[in-house]
Design a protein around this ligand. Structure first.
Ligand SMILES: Cc1ncc(COP(=O)(O)O)c(C=O)c1O
Length: 453
């Protein structure tokens, strides 16, 4: 496509006019937006995405092109309404456009969106203190960037710098992000293989939830003289579909890592801040890890922000002798911090983890009953709080249920490391009325799918 600066400027100006209008676009404009969006995705963004996600983007004659949302519901550009049973893959614990988060961000936007990078930026300090206040044990220093993946990159780098050891132990079916370091820790071949050689140090994968396997791998590494910097695990596997480990898993890997001088890193990117029915996933087992990585809902569903939280002793590695060992220019800016401060305020004030536990138990019981009714469709249901995995007999059945749900105005999606799994992961602020509507749609969807088998 030849360079065309005039066309670019005209197109940007046209879209800025649309962006600046607060009201729902008229029908004709809405249809134009859908056609443009489909074209732009196909020609310039990712055509494969469009094809792959057909089952959950088609809504009648016009593809669903999202436009606005509040709480656990959203509308597409034609004004059609949906219930969100996906929660932005765990990023929308507070729902779409939480008013208190939006208000904080708007106020900070008018003051200044980004820090100078040279003076002291107050909000970064406030957020670090708040995270120290709400984190378990003696975790008290934080580093910020934008995405969950970056928090994992920082965590593995911190563990290496602190321990001066090269290896990591991680889990099969784990999801930690897709940059080269985080990708090395991922537990699925589809994503690890295409780029070829990943992290240069040894990475050992063990079955998730198998404490004996972690203990054995640490013993083997000790015997063969390979130092293990960190054991990196999700408290409850998210992308694998809400896989809960046995109760002895986290306490035992805590003991084993202490014994071998290895850091225990909890990837709380998806489980942190209330999602699973506790403030932190590790709180289910009263374990204090050495490092926590958190992201997704830290930004209140409004801004991207992640954090790595650790002890003073370990964080020394990022402070001395070089305090610029780990930096990023745009990550953890003032807007992002204002969103996180507001998100933490709402989460703690409204004790959202208790809300997640109660609503999660309600949904889990209902979905388990449906799984018993339709054994030809379901393999099982797992999860804790509002991180629930529906595991289907085949990926096709999962896709059929997701499509049947979407036809009824309920959004769910597959997971990235388990093809036949569909999560139920709504915003924690979803109402019981919305939950019941979603479950009624699930009942109808299953009846449809069962009839077509
Ligand atoms: C447990 C976990 N870690 C890391 C990541 C990567 O986070 P992000 O997509 O924000 O880079 C994800 C994303 O789904 C995740 O679920």
């Amino acid at each position: 496509m030849p360079q065309n600066l005039n066309a670019a400027q005209e197109y940007a100006a046209k879209w800025l006019e649309i962006i600046k209008k607060p009201e729902q676009p008229p029908e004709e404009l809405g249809k134009w937006i859908i056609e443009e969006s489909m074209h732009n995705f196909a020609e310039h963004f990712n055509k494969g995405w469009l094809d792959y996600r057909k089952s959950v983007t088609q809504a009648g004659q016009w593809a669903a092109t999202e436009w606005t949302g509040h709480g656990a519901t959203f509308e597409d550009v034609l004004g059609r309404k949906y219930i969100d049973f996906l929660g932005g893959f765990g990023m929308m614990d507070l729902g779409w456009s939480h008013p208190e988060v939006v208000a904080a961000v708007q106020a900070q936007l008018l003051r200044t969106p980004m820090p100078s990078q040279e003076l002291i930026d107050p909000l970064r300090g406030v957020l670090a203190k708040l995270l120290a206040d709400i984190s378990p044990g003696d975790l008290k220093y934080a580093w910020f960037a934008a995405s969950g993946t970056e928090s994992i990159e920082a965590a593995i780098k911190l563990a290496k710098v602190y321990t001066q050891k090269p290896a990591f132990i991680v889990a099969v079916k784990a999801f930690h992000g897709k940059t080269m370091g985080a990708l090395s820790m991922m537990g699925k071949a589809d994503y690890r293989v295409p780029p070829g050689v990943l992290y240069g140090g040894p990475v050992y994968h063990v079955p998730f939830g198998d404490a004996a396997a972690v203990e054995q791998q640490l013993e083997i590494c000790e015997k063969i003289g390979v130092g293990v910097a960190g054991v990196l695990m999700e408290p409850i596997q998210g992308e694998a579909g809400g896989i809960v480990p046995p109760d002895d898993f986290w306490p035992r890997i805590r003991e084993a890592t202490k014994k071998h001088g290895t850091l225990l890193i909890a990837d709380e990117v998806q489980t942190g801040l209330g999602r699973t029915g506790k403030l932190w996933g590790v709180d289910h087992w009263n374990v204090v890890p050495d490092i926590i990585a958190v992201a997704k809902s830290l930004g209140g569903g409004v801004m991207p922000i992640c954090a790595v939280i650790t002890t003073e002793e370990i964080f020394q590695s990022f402070m001395y002798p070089n305090p610029f060992l780990q930096t990023t220019t745009t990550g953890g800016g003032a807007l992002a911090c204002s969103a996180a401060i507001a998100a933490i305020n709402v989460t703690v004030r409204d004790r959202l983890w208790e809300v997640a536990e109660e609503k999660g138990n309600y949904i889990l019981a209902k979905v388990q009953a449906l799984a018993e009714k339709y054994p030809q469709i379901y393999k099982g249901v797992t999860g804790k709080g509002l991180l629930i995995g529906q595991h289907f007999q085949t990926p096709e059945l999962g896709g059929a249920v997701a499509a049947a749900l979407f036809k009824r105005g309920v959004l769910v999606a597959g997971t990235l490391t388990s093809a036949q799994t569909i999560r139920i992961e709504p915003p924690l602020v979803i109402t019981y009325d919305e939950i019941n509507q979603g479950l009624a749609a699930l009942q109808e969807a299953l009846a449809d799918v069962a009839q077509e088998m």
